[in-house]
Design a protein. Structure first.
Length: 153
């Protein structure tokens, strides 16, 4: 079952250093742009992933075409894709050694979540870190992070 307890979600967020943002957008009006900006401002190292923007810079970070192209370990994949893509994303996440699969609001596939969990990947579904991080901080479950200087990639 995907993680739902506040303490578990806070633990995952506290342990996470690197996040691959799958479905990153260069459009400031898109939710993925806002979430990337928020994650960077909150001390996470973000690797934007979007094949259509690969090789470009997005918010100071190099964009990668797929998870397998991201250099170094990925703690979490934050998914901005339709639920129908999750099964394939889980396969990529397993191959990349991802620790956590996080899906954004409205992105739910229980079979894909179960497949990820069978491979040892923790799953958070149907949640947004822009909402969860401040809420968990306010509840005293998650400490603030120092902003990481510089960009990724």
């Amino acid at each position: 079952m995907p993680l739902s307890a506040d303490a578990d979600i806070a633990r995952v967020l506290a342990a996470t250093q690197t996040i691959a943002l799958l479905g990153a957008s260069a459009n400031p009006a898109r939710p993925s742009y806002e979430v990337m900006q928020f994650l960077l401002a909150n001390g996470y190292q973000v690797y934007p992933v979007n094949p259509g923007l690969a090789g470009q810079q997005l918010q100071g970070c190099k964009v990668y075409p797929r998870l397998s192209a991201v250099p170094g370990p990925i703690d979490m994949v934050d998914v901005f894709r339709q639920s129908s893509h999750l099964a394939g994303i889980v396969e990529e996440a397993v191959a990349a050694g991802v620790k956590t699969l996080w899906t954004q609001l409205g992105v739910v596939d229980m079979a894909a979540a179960a497949a990820a969990e069978r491979e040892g990947i923790e799953v958070v579904q149907d949640r947004c870190p822009v909402r969860e991080i401040p809420r968990l901080r306010a509840a005293g479950l998650l400490a603030s992070r120092d902003r990481v200087a510089g960009s990724t990639g």
